[in-house]
Design a protein around this ligand. Structure first.
Ligand SMILES: Cc1ncc(COP(=O)(O)O)c(C=O)c1O
Length: 477
């Protein structure tokens, strides 16, 4: 009977596409279809609307028997892919969005093909590649080798690990093991000037509460922390422990905190210092370790995002800490079937997930394939492009440049002395043009428009196209 069922399972299905199977022929079919899709996407990326203006709902119900590959591919081509945004192209300037560079894209195909689980190690080179990639990122950013870390799904997950690690550290100072006994007895004050929304979300998820932090005053016309205010706050802390959350490039103003003086205060008051450097860390490639990120190396933990300015595919953030033991204690997994045979701490005991995608490979490939110079020149180009856009806005009477552009984010709004268009109306018109995609922000309490340029493929023609569109919507308003 068993043999009969085994035989039945091995028989080719009538519709070979509905049975899970790799064969030379079906592999070729997948590759041919993929090359077609890939070329079609790249040949049309410049002309397709940057954002879908009509959001279609997919028409699909779970079929009893599968469509098979050919019909599925037709469905993808007709219903799904045309309604994707051009977020992987040069004029998608919302949020802080990187593109997927060619070498990383290739590596990412291999990630799915090999489908390693970078969890425990001992069965593949993948663990060593992740370790080495983290080390190479530290080399790239001139951070001491004392920083250890891992790849996360993004900066939000890295910020969450920061909250866990800081919580464990402060607990230790108070003789508590938070990972074991919880936070009931923990006494801590958290300080920050302009935390990213993902950081306050992380505070919520870690059990502190998103509104639990004490807001430190900012410098004038800036989102960076006033050192004197932080000092006064730490001095008057009535709790036993403290955590300071600083920023290397705030998401709107691209302002950097003064890490040298903040870290001095943190040492003095025994506070944990976390720096959210999701995209700002890339500035270190331009002005070096004594530039705007000076003192970043003094942090206890750092968040950075490779799917932003390193331009690797989603999802790929990094958490670094100089106190890996606190991270391990926060995330340790214990089960007899999960014993590691390696000396290194398994990644599943350092991060949120047990099973983990081989996120390191596209990063490793990018670092090896383009090297320090290639990565630096892509960053430099984006900064120059942002400056060009900012200069044009500054010289055009229809717009107000809200803040001098100091990195890759341009903040602007329609000039109220010339037009009645609000920022939100102006942004909608620009986005509806299909020529560019921008997202809103707030500067000093006023609604504004943000253009964040962090895609390796943004060309000078893309900037020209955007300028033409910016001019056109004012002429037609
Ligand atoms: C400073 C900063 N931190 C964190 C994040 C969140 O990143 P992710 O979307 O990768 O979780 C962002 C995203 O823009 C950011 O700019």
């Amino acid at each position: 009977m068993l043999l009969f069922f085994q035989w039945l399972m091995e028989q080719p299905s009538k519709d070979s596409g509905t049975k899970m199977n790799y064969s030379k022929d079906s592999n070729q079919q997948l590759l041919d279809a993929f090359i077609k899709q890939f070329n079609h996407f790249h040949e049309n990326i410049v002309s397709r609307p940057v954002a879908s203006s009509v959001l279609h709902q997919p028409s699909c119900h779970l079929p009893k028997s599968g469509l098979g590959f050919e019909k599925l591919d037709t469905k993808l081509s007709e219903e799904i892919l045309p309604n994707m945004s051009a977020s992987n192209g040069g004029r998608y300037w919302g949020f802080v969005t990187g593109g997927a560079n060619p070498i990383a894209t290739y590596a990412d195909w291999l990630v799915s093909t090999y489908n390693q689980n970078v969890s425990i190690g001992g069965d593949s080179i993948a663990t060593s590649i992740e370790l080495r990639s983290v080390e190479m990122l530290c080399e790239l950013f001139d951070l001491p080798a004392t920083f250890k870390g891992l790849f996360t799904s993004g900066a939000t997950a890295a910020n969450l690990l920061a909250a866990f690690t800081a919580r464990q550290f402060v607990g230790h100072q108070q003789g508590l093991d938070i990972a074991k006994s919880g936070m009931k007895a923990l006494e801590v004050s958290i300080y920050s000037a302009t935390p990213h929304a993902s950081m306050t979300k992380s505070l919520a998820m870690a059990g502190f509460g998103s509104e639990s932090y004490i807001k430190i005053d900012c410098e004038a016309n800036s989102e960076s922390m006033q050192i004197e205010s932080l000092e006064n706050a730490l001095k008057s802390n009535s709790k036993k422990g403290a955590i300071v959350i600083a920023s290397a490039a705030t998401v709107t103003g691209t302002d950097f905190d003064d890490f040298i003086n903040i870290s001095k205060l943190c040492k003095q008051y025994g506070a944990w210092l976390h720096v959210d450097a999701a995209f700002g860390i890339f500035e270190r490639l331009i002005s070096g370790k004594n530039g705007r990120t000076a003192g970043l190396e003094l942090a206890d933990s750092i968040t950075l995002d490779c799917h932003k300015w390193l331009n690797v595919p989603y999802d790929c953030g990094v958490f670094l800490t100089s106190n890996q033991e606190m991270l391990r204690q926060s995330c340790e997994v214990k089960a007899p079937y999960l014993q590691s045979v390696e000396e290194e701490i398994p990644f599943m005991s350092l991060g949120i997930e047990n099973s983990r995608r081989f996120r390191a490979l596209p990063v490793w490939a990018t670092l090896m394939g383009y090297g320090r110079d290639g990565i630096k020149s892509a960053i430099k180009k984006n900064i120059q492009q942002a400056k060009k856009l900012a200069d044009w806005l500054n010289s055009n009477s229809n717009y107000l440049l809200v803040k001098a552009c100091q990195l890759n984010v341009v903040l602007f709004k329609p000039n109220p002395a010339v037009t009645t268009l609000t920022s939100s109306e102006c942004m909608s018109r620009l986005n509806q043009s299909g020529q560019l995609f921008l997202t809103p922000g707030s500067w000093q309490g006023e609604p504004i428009i943000r253009a964040a340029i962090s895609n390796w493929s943004t060309s000078d023609e893309d900037i020209e196209t955007a300028i033409v569109q910016l001019a056109a919507i004012m002429t037609n308003s």
